[in-house]
Design a protein around this ligand. Structure first.
Ligand code: ZN
Length: 337
């Protein structure tokens, strides 16, 4: 099968084509696994963290990618949850302890980091970590739901906001554009503010229903009950804390932060950023239950994922463009074109 493999950890600024096209043997499913013939795989910011070593794969080479949509192609001996031909999705959790805290379990293994992922024509996964994909979505539209959307759902739950309380999103990429739509559905009376550097991205957020948009360091017209941060940087964290109400909560939805602007943290001032019982909560990984709960919800809203499609062989270009920023919606690799 064709796959784009990561042979070594590099800086994307120095090596703009870190992945190599390779021919790999067709993977065989283990007894409790299914093999998926991949139709589409989303491109997530976490791939940049894997390539650049902030969350390095323990073994190389590895096939990245954890927003997978495809069809079950072969069942392991004991696998019975899906049938051959079923359309399924696979997310960041490849296997774990199986309880509701499996996202923070030491047993957590990530798709595309600890096991081969979706930048390929086929992959294998334990059957419990493959989920039916609602018919409402095309393969490419469904792909970003598996991480960007599902982790946005988890982040939104962790904000603990109630309908009517004002919500902020700082950073507005693949996850932000889905989380905004989900938040408007779940909390129709909550005004949503979006903080983003790029003007076109802010206009996109307004089109999706943000009542106010501004640059990262701007102050919104009123303080917010909760803000979800999906940026790779520190400045938005400091600025978001200053935009919170007393008792407000900042939810940081990123597996790793880049350290380029770490000195921004020295601006942290107890009175302006932390006092008045402001809280910071990080989102770690995801459980199978988050994804199982989210996919039918995404169809019920229905979410409208905006996707830009690339051929598998163009994965490097997609990653470089993702790192550059300014894109509207999600990037997806298609294995069928
Ligand atoms: Zn992801």
């Amino acid at each position: 099968m064709k796959a784009m493999i990561l042979p070594r950890i590099v800086s994307l600024d120095e090596v703009p084509a870190p992945l190599e096209l390779a021919e790999l043997p067709l993977p065989e499913p283990g007894p409790d696994e299914v093999r998926v013939r991949i139709a589409a795989c989303g491109v997530c910011h976490t791939e940049l963290d894997e390539i650049e070593g902030r969350t390095a794969p323990p073994k190389l080479p590895i096939v990245l990618g954890h927003e997978i949509v495809g069809h079950v192609d072969k069942l392991g001996q004991r696998a019975s949850k899906h049938s051959v031909g079923d359309r399924v999705g696979v997310g960041w959790v490849h296997s774990s302890s199986g309880d509701i805290h499996e996202n923070i379990s030491p047993e957590f293994r990530a798709t595309g980091r600890d096991a081969n992922g979706g930048y390929a024509q086929y992959m294998t996964v334990p059957e419990s970590y493959a989920y039916p994909v609602p018919d409402e979505f095309t393969d490419a539209q469904a792909a970003p739901l598996l991480c960007a959307g599902a982790i946005g759902h988890r982040a939104l739950k962790l904000t603990q906001i109630e309908d009517g309380e004002p919500l902020g999103l700082t950073g507005f990429g693949a996850s932000g554009h889905l989380t905004l739509q989900l938040a408007r559905h779940r909390f129709p009376n909550s005004p949503i503010y979006v903080f983003a550097r790029d003007e076109a991205v802010r206009a996109f957020a307004s089109d999706l229903g943000a009542v106010w948009t501004g640059d990262t360091e701007e102050r919104g017209p009123a303080p917010l009950q909760a803000i979800i941060d999906t940026t790779p940087a520190w400045k938005p964290v400091v600025e978001a804390l200053a935009n919170l109400r007393p008792g407000g909560r900042l939810v940081i939805n990123a597996i790793r932060k880049e350290d380029r602007d770490r000195e921004e943290l020295l601006r942290l001032n107890y009175h302006d950023h932390l006092w008045m019982e402001r809280e910071i909560k990080s989102v770690a990984n995801i459980t199978r239950y988050d994804i199982e709960e989210f996919l039918p919800l995404a169809a019920a809203v229905p979410l409208k994922p905006k996707v830009e499609v690339y051929a598998l062989e163009d994965a490097n270009r997609a990653l470089v463009e993702l790192k550059r920023g300014g894109a509207q919606g999600a990037k997806v690799l298609s294995m069928t074109q």
